[in-house]
Write a protein that binds this ligand. Structure first.
Ligand code: CU
Length: 155
């Protein structure tokens, strides 16, 4: 909390040089505690978002929708958010073999993930935003991560 106040204070000072008034800049720095994110996929094997923006310390409620028709055995999708520094190709290769675990590889590589869903299904997960930075998310269904991927940007 202290950090937020300090940040708004610095921003206020920064803004005093411009024409902006104080209440304006104050409302701009206020960040909601929770954020809802809707991510869609379908039989075309794509996510509808390449970038997702959140703020650190936010509670993220993410819903993954599959608006296609194919069964999850053929065109399954999930949302797998990888930790920083995880090699995407290496992870996806391991995940591909983890069919019994819905293509989530064993280990400590993932910040959060949904279950694997097929056409007409959706899944919602809740997790805390990680620290500031960029994080890659993929669909770990075999063969999908090359195109089904995006970046979660934590400001
Ligand atoms: Cu997929």
């Amino acid at each position: 909390m202290k950090k937020i106040y300090l940040l708004s204070f610095i921003l206020l000072i920064g803004c005093s040089n411009t024409a902006k008034n104080k209440t304006d800049s104050k409302s701009q720095t206020k960040v909601p505690k929770e954020i809802l994110i809707e991510l869609s996929s379908s039989d075309n094997m794509l996510f509808d978002k390449k970038f997702i923006y959140v703020n650190s310390r936010q509670k993220i409620t993410l819903t993954l929708n599959h608006i296609g028709e194919f069964d999850k055995k053929i065109m399954g999708h999930n949302f797998v958010l990888l930790k920083k520094g995880v090699d995407v190709t290496e992870y996806a290769t391991r995940a591909m073999k983890a069919r019994d675990n819905e293509y989530i590889a064993e280990g400590d590589d993932v910040i959060a993930h949904t279950k694997l869903i097929g056409g007409g299904e959706s899944d919602t997960i809740i997790f805390d935003a990680p620290e500031k930075g960029s994080y890659i998310y993929i669909c770990s269904f075999p063969g999908h991560y090359g195109v089904m991927r995006g970046i979660l940007i934590v400001k």
